[in-house]
Design a binder for this molecule. Structure first.
Ligand code: BGC
Length: 379
């Protein structure tokens, strides 16, 4: 399996974190302590935001990375189950070894080859934080940013952040907003916007790790998954797309009919070897539901919880938690054991700035990037 290394360069000085990191953990199965998410980062006050709907579903967020901290939805017995992995103190998210729990990644989600791309003849160089490539916006990206958060009623919260020009190597002051809405039909809707004052590239997504049987309830290998796409983008050994759009037919990547994640994951296959399992972008077929692409259906085998993903994005990164290695302790005291969570990230394709045949991720001054993804829960 490819070894993942995150370097710490610059991070310790980039963040000034004060207060509340060593609060006693008074979290119970259903309660996170507000004070464990308070304090200030880079002068921005931190808060734990809680959304609720009339059916009793509940979601919590921190403005550190505009992250989802927890998401409670009913299982087949009617018990609320926390289906998103995370930590019970904001400070635990400040971990360069495993920085992506629940977070927004950007300004460019997934990889840019060798940290380089060219716009209008000018080459831009980004910090490389992953095997010689740039992953998820680099060392700090927006996941370690202190976003401003504003809650609007019981079911909506908006986070805003401007990434200063060239701060992470990307051109332009890139102003982003992310709005999470918990609807009464148990859907978490995520709306993203971005504007820039210089031509740049943008590809925002959310990096929640899901386990529909509940955080800490074992591996996701018996979850059933269907992805509404017939092609995927194969990668080289550093997980950069080769540029090919390959059919999933006859390969372990065929999720066009529902199957368990574990069914083919151990097959001898070069692509699975490169990813250490699934870590690939699927091209969505464009099956429309209310004008959005139906991206995937995931079902927890024990809980019966079903999650449907709908999106305006053309792609979906399926990452089967291959690098989870019991390095961190989750909210309920369990370790992040191998493949006990998975990510389904709606997105434009990885390395799009360097691949002319992929849908464009260029954002020009005067344009507004908008995109929507919905994670809908039912039984
Ligand atoms: C990437 C993986 C990476 C993971 C980090 C995923 O989006 O595709 O390669 O290891 O994020 O948690």
């Amino acid at each position: 399996m490819m070894k993942k290394t995150f370097l710490l360069v610059g991070l310790a000085t980039a963040l000034s974190w004060t207060a509340c990191q060593n609060q006693a953990n008074k979290t119970t199965d259903t309660e996170l302590s507000d004070s464990s998410f308070a304090g200030s980062i880079d002068g921005q006050e931190m808060t734990l935001f809680t959304l609720k709907n009339e059916k009793g579903a509940k979601a919590t967020f921190t403005n550190f990375g505009a992250r989802i901290v927890s998401l409670w939805v009913p299982d087949k017995e009617g018990n609320l189950t926390d289906v998103v992995l995370g930590f019970n103190k904001a400070g635990d998210y400040n971990n360069p070894e495993e920085p992506y729990y629940g977070t927004i990644v950007g300004p460019f989600g997934n990889r840019i080859a060798k940290g380089k791309f060219t716009l209008d003849g000018e080459e831009y160089t980004l910090p490389t934080n992953n095997g010689g490539n740039t992953l998820h916006g680099g060392f700090k990206g927006v996941h370690f940013a202190a976003w401003e958060g504003k809650q609007d009623g019981d079911n909506k919260v908006t986070f805003s952040y401007t990434l200063p020009d060239k701060n992470e190597g990307f051109p332009g002051n890139i102003s982003m907003t992310v709005t999470y809405k918990l609807t009464d039909d148990n859907a978490l809707e995520i709306d993203y916007t971005a504007t820039t004052d210089k031509k740049t590239v943008v590809n925002l997504t959310n990096h929640a790790y899901f386990n529909l049987n509940g955080e800490g309830s074992g591996t996701i290998l018996d979850h059933s998954l269907q992805i509404y796409g017939d092609q995927y983008t194969p990668v080289d050994s550093t997980l950069i797309p080769t540029g090919e759009l390959a059919t999933v037919k006859g390969t372990p990547f065929d999720f066009s009919q529902a199957k368990t994640i574990g069914k083919d994951i151990e097959q001898q296959d070069e692509q699975l070897r490169y990813g250490g399992g699934y870590d690939h972008n699927f091209i969505l077929r464009g099956d429309k539901v209310d004008n959005l692409n139906h991206a995937a259906t995931l079902i927890g085998d024990k809980s019966g919880i079903k999650m449907d993903i709908y999106t305006e994005e053309p792609g979906l990164q399926f990452y089967s938690g291959n690098f989870m290695a019991e390095k961190v302790t989750l909210k309920n005291g369990k370790k992040d054991a191998f493949r006990t969570g998975l990510c389904l990230e709606t997105q434009h394709f990885p390395d799009a700035p360097n691949q002319a045949n992929f849908p464009s991720t260029v954002l020009e001054p005067g344009q507004t990037y908008t995109t929507k993804s919905i994670y809908k829960f039912s039984l």
